[in-house]
Write a protein that binds this ligand. Structure first.
Ligand SMILES: [Cu+2]
Length: 235
């Protein structure tokens, strides 16, 4: 009886062991001078899904996407499915955040300086976020159906910590890459008790075109209002 308990206990300890999966991504063929000149390879999301299904995701505390200097920060954010993302407005002007296609559709309305709004992201997918007032503002929220993911740093490196040993399906998202190029990078990876160091991946941005997006009504952006005035559908 005691022996059986000990065996069960050690198996439990083994299943809790978790390690780090690391690797590097390099971006090629970019039209963006900043990416070419400064070799900024940040914002690529690498995720691992257990091949045989995994435990339910505990999304934990909320994530933050700041609105400051007419910029969403971070520009690309990966979050676990089910998490609440808050959008604090740290600018002296009104902002909005909405997504009207792909991923999860939402609109947090127009909200004043110093206030915040939040959205729970319950669906796996890529959410492209815009501001209905400022056409130049955009961001991407990658909602992952697994707790194991990371976004690359400027040098292209990534580290996914807390990964239990097992077989995983790796997938990659990059906002300036074509879908087939990303699909070609999907693969099965084996994570051992000491983690895994994955081979470097190269992603081409060839063929990517930045197409101007519409506002939340599906129309072209008009002249930017100085403040709340002129904002259609204000709340
Ligand atoms: Cu704005």
């Amino acid at each position: 009886m005691i022996l059986r308990w000990r065996i069960c206990f050690s198996a439990g300890v083994l299943s809790l062991a978790a390690a780090t999966v690391s690797g590097r991504v390099e971006l090629r063929d970019s039209r963006d001078p900043a990416v070419r000149n400064r070799a900024d390879y940040s914002g690529v999301v690498v995720s691992l899904k257990p091949a045989r299904g995994g435990p339910a995701i505990a999304p934990g505390k909320h994530a933050v996407m700041l609105q400051k200097d007419k910029t969403f920060t971070p520009h690309v954010m990966a979050v676990p499915m089910g998490i609440i993302v808050v959008f604090p407005n740290a600018d002296p002007i009104f902002h909005n955040a909405f997504s009207s296609y792909s991923g999860q559709i939402f609109d947090i309305g127009l909200y004043p300086p110093g206030s915040t709004r939040s959205v729970r992201f319950a669906r796996e997918g890529v959410v492209r976020v815009f501001c209905n007032i400022h056409s130049e503002m955009s961001a991407v929220i990658v909602v992952v159906g697994s707790p194991h993911f990371a976004a690359t740093k400027r040098d292209g490196s990534y580290e996914i910590s807390g990964v239990p040993p097992g077989d995983y399906d790796l997938s990659v998202f990059h906002e300036r890459a074509a879908e087939p190029a990303l699909r070609a990078l999907t693969r099965r990876v084996v994570v051992g008790p000491d983690g895994a160091s994955l081979p470097a991946m190269t992603i081409s941005e060839a063929g990517f075109l930045s197409i101007p997006h519409k506002n939340k009504y599906g129309h072209d952006y008009g002249e930017e209002p100085a403040d709340r005035a002129g904002y259609p559908g204000k709340k």
